[in-house]
Ligand binder design. Sequence first.
Ligand code: SPD
Length: 280
Amino acid sequence: MEIWYTEGLEISKGRKVSYRVTKTLDSIQTPFQKIDVFETESFGRMFTLDDVTMVTERDEHSYHEMIAHIPMMSHPNPENVLVIGGGDGGTVREVLKHPSVKEVVLCEIDKGVVDACYKYFPEIAEAMKDKKVIHHYDDGAKFARENKGRFDVILVDSSDPVGPAEVLFKEPFYRDMAGALRETGVIATQAESYWYHGDVIKSLFEFIPKIFPQYGYYYTTIPTYPSGIIGFTFLSNKINPYEVVPDPSRVPKNLKYYSPEIHKAAFVLPEFAKQYIKRS
Ligand code: SPD
């Protein structure tokens, strides 16, 4: 009998994307969510949370490189980095490719995610064992509130705005992050697809201009997320994302997606999507 996994995020909108499963490796219920790990025919090993795709071996680099390197390359000297969510380790792995980094704090609410990824995705998760990485299993908003003015870069590698991550798409959390950032700091947050989630993006950019003088929205392509793209907010007090000129000598070696050209292009949005991002 054939087994297919169907991405759960879009079913309520009358859309379905399914993947043929060649082997089911695990299904774990944590206090926060359901974790599943399978082998798929077309994307290699896949990791889902509550039936929503988080990571596949074949395309994870396009998401992790872009959530990390756009802000890291926009900051002149990122030393202290906070990753909220990101318990698979992919974002931490990319951050550690920058030699200026002294400390990466990983604040993941669900230790079950980290444990499952050590077991099933060692090549991605291994980075979390680096001695520069400090683990906190806690609520990201609380952690940000308790660590004022500590970080050069904050990356919110969250799941979608349902369940445990809902609070990470709300104004109070963005105010908490602003407090945890150094004056020249930069934040990037997972901010969904301009094709499918215009309402989410619009609601973020209702309050973002009240908190951050500099902001923008950029995106990456990724076949296993709904609509094949996913975007990120870029937030800062000082750094205007549209004026950043990435220094080619700082680009980590052997990347598969990010380049200085992609950096500039990622902020160029189709006309219909520009309406979601309020700019004065
Ligand atoms: N719709 C899925 C969005 C998931 C984004 N984060 C995934 C975690 C990868 N580190």
